[in-house]
Structures are given as structure tokens and as C-alpha cells.
Write a new protein. Structure first.
Length: 284
């Protein structure tokens, strides 16, 4: 089994107990968002969400397993809003609550982990879908039927709440149990996923790009067609924008010098007038 990656969204005195699935890989599940304002959201525009659908489109999926009766879970949910920021800055392009300049490589699911929790508990004395007046949760929150919830909790071996899992595009599940702070710290976890499987193409785009050679050490060619007013951005593993010299820049191809880059994993984002596509680059 692969080495566990350890970091947590929020410092807390509670004990968090869980382990990654026995196989190391997540099974698929299909669930429906509880929030009424997401009834037309998702790839299918019907409020339904499939884990594999996002993984197969290159997204790293963060899943928070929680319970409405868990006091520490409530405070983690409302403060300091790490998941909200993560979703806004890195969630799927074009989705509600996601910035138009998103990196387009993260999806977030919130899952009620108690199979016996009725829907009414999500909007009871503590309103989980709008924990602060005017602050509606935009990433999908699920309270599936008892059998579906039990199956998901069993698959992820969740033994306590609140607990967060990260699922890489290759479906490998990462156990997260140590301390880490801030949205950038959480986001940096995606670069622990297999970079060769992090192929990200926005579901709503009508263009594609190729980036080669990859890995590289001197320069990388971005081959693209049918992209109007394209802009190319490069980010390091911390999300910092990197300036790289352009060697060639025409309608179909851009060649970027990477000679001065340190070894590591970088995100290349190509923005068209109505499109966005992302690739992972490995610098040797």
C-alpha cells in the first residue's frame, strides 16, 4: 500500500479515527446534493454527482465525512471556511460558487456519515447548508439513504467524525490525520497524486491542449487549436504564479522556456475566451 499523506484541515482536540480502504482505492458512488440551489448543478445539470465521473475527468476529490450531532464537526464546518475557499479557487470551472480563474482541478464532497440522520437535521437548530446567514455552501452536500451511506462509510473505513479523505484521479485514497493549516496547505496535497494520471480537461470545453515533452527540463510546447484570446498561466506546487519566457507564441503553439524552473510539479492553465483547460507538468 502506498505511503500515507498526512495533513488536516483544522486543528482540534478531538480524536480522528479512520483508515484508507483495504484496497487503497475508492469505489464509485452516485449521490444527490441536498442543497436546493444545486438542483441543476453537476456535469449532468440535475444535482447528481458521481465520484468516478470527477476522478475520470482529472479532478482530485476531497470528501469530508461528518455528522450533524458532532459538536466539533459543526465548528470545523463553520470556521474558518477552508473548504469554501478551496472550492472557490480550485473547483470545477463554471460551477456555482467557483471563481472564473479557478485552477479547475479539485472537487469537494461533504457527506453525512450517520446512516440514521434524517434530512431535517441538516437544517435544524444548526443549518449545515447555510451555517452563517447569507453564506450558502456551494460545494455539494449529501445525506444519502441509509444503505448508501453505510456502504460508503464502510468502503472508506470511517470510524469517527469529522474525517477528510483525498481521492486522487487514479482513485487512490489518501489518509489525512495530521496537522496543516490554510487553503494552500490543503491544495498542495493534490501534487502527491500520480502526475501522469492528472489529465484535466474541462467537461464543458470544446477544445483540447497537449503539453510535451513531459517531463521536461528545458522547454515545453503547448499545442492548442481553436482557442480565441488564449492566456497561459503556470503555478508551482504552492499555487504561486510563475513567470516563464515565451520562445514561440502563435495561434496553434506556444513554447515556454523552463530552464530556470526548479525541479518539481507545476500546473499549466490555458484560458480561452469561453474555455479553460489544465495540464500537470513535471520539471526534472
Amino acid at each position: 500500500m502506498k505511503k500515507k499523506l498526512a495533513f488536516l484541515f483544522l486543528s482540534t482536540s478531538m480524536t480522528i479515527t479512520a483508515q484508507i480502504p483495504d484496497s487503497g482505492y475508492a469505489s464509485d458512488f452516485n449521490v444527490t446534493a441536498y442543497q436546493p440551489w444545486l438542483s441543476n448543478a453537476g456535469f449532468n445539470s440535475d444535482g447528481t454527482f458521481s465520484l468516478y465521473e470527477y476522478l475520470d475527468n482529472g479532478y482530485t476529490v476531497f470528501i469530508e465525512f461528518s455528522a450533524t450531532w458532532c459538536g466539533p464537526c459543526w465548528w470545523q464546518h463553520i470556521y474558518p471556511g477552508y473548504l469554501d475557499s478551496l472550492y472557490m479557487l480550485h473547483g470545477p470551472f463554471g460551477f456555482p460558487g467557483v471563481s472564473p480563474t479557478t485552477t479547475n482541478d479539485v472537487m469537494i464532497f461533504w457527506m453525512e456519515g450517520d446512516p440514521l440522520t434524517p434530512n431535517s437535521e441538516l437544517v435544524g437548530s444548526q443549518n449545515w447548508i447555510e451555517p452563517i446567514p447569507g453564506r450558502q455552501i456551494q460545494y455539494p452536500m449529501f445525506n444519502p439513504d441509509s444503505a448508501t451511506t453505510a456502504a460508503i462509510i464502510d468502503d472508506f473505513n470511517i470510524l469517527g467524525f469529522s474525517y477528510q479523505s483525498m481521492v486522487c484521479p487514479d482513485r487512490y485514497v489518501t489518509d489525512q490525520i495530521a496537522l496543516g493549516y490554510g487553503t494552500d496547505s490543503i491544495y498542495s496535497g493534490i501534487f502527491q497524486c500520480n502526475p501522469y494520471l492528472s489529465f484535466i480537461e474541462n467537461k464543458f470545453s470544446d477544445f483540447s491542449i497537449e503539453a510535451f515533452p513531459n517531463p521536461t527540463s528545458e522547454n515545453i510546447t503547448i499545442e492548442s487549436k481553436n482557442i480565441a484570446k488564449k492566456e497561459i498561466q503556470i503555478f508551482d506546487a504552492t499555487g504561486r504564479t510563475i513567470d516563464c519566457p515565451l520562445l514561440i507564441n502563435n495561434d496553434d503553439n506556444v513554447i515556454i522556456s523552463t530552464v530556470d524552473l526548479s525541479s518539481g510539479i507545476y500546473t499549466i492553465r490555458v484560458i480561452g475566451e469561453k474555455n479553460l483547460s489544465v495540464r500537470i507538468m513535471v520539471q526534472n
